[in-house]
Design a protein around this ligand. Sequence first.
Ligand SMILES: Cc1cc2nc3c(=O)[nH]c(=O)nc-3n(C[C@H](O)[C@H](O)[C@H](O)COP(=O)(O)OP(=O)(O)OC[C@H]3O[C@@H](n4cnc5c(N)ncnc54)[C@H](O)[C@@H]3O)c2cc1C
Length: 490
Amino acid sequence: MSPADPAGVVVVGNGMAGSRFVDELRSRDAATPVTVFGAEAQRPYNRILLSNVLAGKTRPDHISLVDAAWYAAHGVDARLGVEATRIDRAARTVHASDGTVTPYGTLVLATGSTAFVPPMPGLEDGLPRGAEVFRTLEDCRRISALAESARRAVVVGGGLLGIEAARGLTGRGLVVTVLHLAGHLMERQLDPAAGKVLVRTLAALGIGTRLQAAVTGLRTDGGAVTGVELALPGGGTEVVDADLVVLSCGVRPEVGLARDAGLAVGRAVIVDDELRSVTDPAVRAIGECSEHRDEVYGLVAPAWEQAAVLAGLLAGTDPAARFTGARQITRLKAAGIELASMGETHFGDDDEDVEVVRFTDAARGTYKKAVIRDGRLIGAILLGETSTAGTLTQLYDRASPLPAERLGLLFPGVDAAPEAESPVRMPDAATVCQCNNVSKGQIRACWQSGARTADAVARGTRASTGCGSCRSAVEGIVAWLDEQDTVDVA
Ligand SMILES: Cc1cc2nc3c(=O)[nH]c(=O)nc-3n(C[C@H](O)[C@H](O)[C@H](O)COP(=O)(O)OP(=O)(O)OC[C@H]3O[C@@H](n4cnc5c(N)ncnc54)[C@H](O)[C@@H]3O)c2cc1C
């Protein structure tokens, strides 16, 4: 096979998007020279599962995405622990921290994001001892080490990651408080009513929440953190004591290299449907460092879809492939908190043209909401009880017409439920694994080709290898197919 790009493909960033792209490209094209720079020293790992590592549910060595021997076996020049420091677009070369200058025919930027640290007094010289962000495996290791001796933790930021971190730390026996600037938790994914229920759920798990909490600085003693300073609404300050502080204040796309190289950057590197920089056709950008149709995604499913589209284009195996945008579905991965959210969740009863179906049982930590427009699901929240999450995800993803009876959207087993969770009734086109975009039909095909366990299906299709929340659905489908097989044979 002749190489798709004889001048070679250089990938900057070996995280979730970059490593998947390298894998997708090699599976289509064995010949093109590929070099990948990864600033993190270890082999790529499943960043999504860091929350499980922090919670002590998963071992760090179990989240690796690439075997040690893979790069050599596939002829990929992997520079682990080496940072790309400059792009020379005129010469088409990448300069790196190891002093090398590497030529490229195509440059793929996959530099992801870095954790945002708000400018605050006390942080001028970096984070004091006992304060950490939560983005990398190294961050996770440091937080875990600090948690061994800490007693009181404060998590600054009540978004998805902040809550996952807080839950992980309570699981390790710490007293945890979440400080959140907005009026309700996870305000991007939840409406205020769901946010309120979530506060109760966290309280039941021993996690305190302070809303509208304007953090003004960190208190330290002898270089170690002792507390977090808050501005009080009427003036004055209050200090929340802490010997461990996790800053979870959002992320910023890592676009320094691209900006310095003169590429068009909005919030991230601006690309077209072929993931091509609008400034330079030799440069592509995927994952959290790319901005497509004004959208910068913060989830892995779009990053992995972009990786596959770009690999198909560069290898020439799918010249018509295009990335046209992705729907955003969020699931919280924290023990004792069931939460799924998708689409536009903020509409209320007063909004014209939408229909809102809602159920609240705050005492039991349950809140369910479906937002419907023109007979189609445009948003949903399931908190506390998520057994219709798969059904709602499919309806939302495919913009399918809904049945007249709405209750089945929120409660499993109600007769009018359009597609029960049961693998039997799930159509082949239904997406089972959102992260990897794997349908029930693909799982069935994999089973038919000989995969007889959920692990074998995961290896064959990648289903359940992202956030892992579809694992039980995959197991259910495999069990059902096995059962069908037995019945057929009998
Ligand atoms: C704790 C946690 C939980 C999450 N949970 C979920 C979830 O449940 N579901 C979900 O969909 N998403 C989740 N995410 C988000 C998901 O991990 C990201 O969307 C995904 O990692 C983005 O992939 P990426 O490759 O664009 O960026 P990254 O995975 O961040 O990879 C970028 C890589 O590029 C490297 N890099 C940057 N600059 C350079 C340079 N100059 N030279 C060399 N290398 C460089 C970085 O070191 C990094 O390794 C979670 C994230 C975290 C931190």
